[in-house]
Design a protein around this ligand. Structure first.
Ligand SMILES: CC(=O)[C@@H](O)[C@H](O)COP(=O)(O)O
Length: 255
């Protein structure tokens, strides 16, 4: 169980809704993942065109929706998108994404902090997508964000925990949940993030673009459970030299 904002979740796997080959496949994969919190771009809420509308089927399937501001390039864009999303989807939950750079989709830290401060003050439950910057995470926490979402690697890159050392520092210092987001390309990456002590991970591309998204969603579900279980069990320390597994066998040498 983990608490985020005013809610408690059983699943520590958050999922995205982009890049699936169709709504039916998306719903089947999300159900297999047992994810409870699903992010959705405001642009995928289409009240006029049912073929392009992800909101209605996701809502009907009972997922809690986490609208995101993907497409916003400035704080002003993101604040407008947040208001529209709250109207359209009826929720104050928000994944705040501001990435003006189309090549790497790197989040803009200055605009993100500015928008986060304004939106948190308005009562939004703000989950900002950011680079794995420990100082920025503390600043976002200070302005009232409900969690921080540092990236593992660029969105859609599937590169895994490229920011591992910085994630470790963020997790050590955070007073709010840390959700590792973006670039998680394999269940082993998700397990590694959870073993590090992340509260949750968000995965989209690796599930949506798998040859079998339902099987991949199941693999991610199990990896997140295993990673968290290992973290709670207490991972052993690492050593540069061998440590004998059965030290008592020394008796052969001493007789
Ligand atoms: C849908 C969403 O929010 C993505 O932008 C998110 O960051 C996931 O990234 P991946 O697609 O790399 O899993």
């Amino acid at each position: 169980m983990f608490t985020l904002g005013d809610r408690t979740f059983t699943s520590r796997l958050l999922t995205g809704t982009g890049k699936f080959s169709g709504t039916k496949h998306m719903l089947a994969a999300l159900q297999a993942s047992e994810s409870e919190l699903v992010t959705l771009a405001l642009k995928r809420v289409s009240l006029n065109d049912p073929a392009d509308d992800l909101f209605s089927p996701l809502k009907a399937a009972g997922f809690q929706l986490l609208p995101n501001t993907s497409g916003a390039c400035t704080a002003e864009d993101a604040i407008l998108a947040a208001h529209l999303a709250r109207e359209a989807m009826g929720t104050p939950w928000l994944k705040l994404e501001i990435h003006p750079d189309p090549r790497y989709l790197m989040p803009d830290p200055i605009e993100t902090l500015k928008a986060a401060k304004a939106l948190a003050r308005e009562g939004f439950i703000v989950l900002p997508y950011i680079h794995a910057d420990p100082v920025l995470c503390k600043r976002l926490e200070d302005v009232g964000c409900a969690a921080v979402m540092p990236l593992a690697a660029p969105i859609g890159s599937n590169l895994g925990l490229e920011t591992r050392e910085f994630l470790r520092i963020i997790i050590e210092q955070a007073q709010v949940p840390v959700i590792v987001d973006a670039g998680i390309g394999a269940p082993s990456h998700a397990a590694a993030a959870m073993e590090l002590g992340a509260d949750a991970v968000l995965v989209n591309t690796a599930i949506a673009t798998a040859a079998d998204p339902v099987a991949m969603a199941t693999a991610f579900k199990l990896a997140v459970i295993a990673g968290r279980m290992a973290y709670e069990a207490g991972l052993p320390g690492q050593h540069q030299q061998a440590q004998a597994s059965s030290p008592l066998t020394d008796f052969l040498l001493s007789t």
